[in-house]
Design a protein around this ligand. Structure first.
Ligand SMILES: [Zn+2]
Length: 209
């Protein structure tokens, strides 16, 4: 059993709400959070579980293109909402050494704000990330260390799945008559999902100590 890597492809707004200068690219963070659906562009983990800091990553590394001067460090189209783990392992890796070529079919990247990025990965039935192209394999092993992070990736995926289920069930619950059988049955169901959610959350807390 395998599924799509992500449910939604992030999309950068054409005109960001801030216009930072100098090294103040972090001013774009609120826009990026919205445009990336509150998820890491690279590993798709939701930022609401507070397992890590979320940062602003330069897709084409700033240390690489800064001397060329063709892209400003505050340029919105080159920024990615990224968890600390992905940002820290990616660092200045840019195998093609060209700002107009993201990968050479063997190593390198694709922009996570395009569906091209999703062609490189899929989800296992239990929420793990697996690669399905050579570039995907390179990103998986070299750029983001998904292999070493697989346990937390699975926990975060399950938590996110349960969060969405619970959110939608609670909306339905609030629309029901509290004296009805449907209300009582749904409340029991929500209790079961809540327990499952709690146990995954506990596992996440234990995992990150
Ligand atoms: Zn990430």
């Amino acid at each position: 059993m395998m599924g799509p890597f992500r449910n939604a492809i992030p999309s950068r707004r054409p005109t960001p709400s801030k216009n930072p200068t100098g090294d103040n690219w972090a001013e774009h963070k609120p826009d990026l959070k919205i445009d990336f659906n509150s998820k890491c562009g690279y590993c798709d983990s939701f930022d609401g579980f507070r397992h890590t800091y979320f940062e602003v990553d330069h897709f084409i590394p700033k240390d690489f293109f800064k001397p060329l001067g063709n892209i400003s460090v505050t340029e919105y189209r080159n920024l990615v909402y990224s968890c600390k783990f992905c940002n820290n392992t990616k660092r200045a890796k840019w195998p093609t050494q060209r700002e107009d070529i993201y990968n050479d079919g063997t190593s390198g990247f694709d922009d996570p704000a395009t569906n091209l990025y999703d062609t490189h990965f899929y989800r296992t039935a239990d929420g793990g990330i697996m690669w399905q192209t050579n570039v995907g394999k390179w990103m998986f092993r070299e750029a983001f260390h998904f292999d070493k992070r697989q346990n937390s990736i699975k926990i975060l995926w399950n938590l996110e799945k349960l969060r969405l289920i619970l959110d939608s069930l609670i909306i339905i619950l609030n629309s029901l008559d509290q004296a009805s059988v449907e209300y009582k049955d749904l409340k029991i169901k929500i209790g079961e999902y809540s327990l499952e959610y709690y146990l995954f959350h506990k596992e996440l807390i234990d995992f990150y100590g």
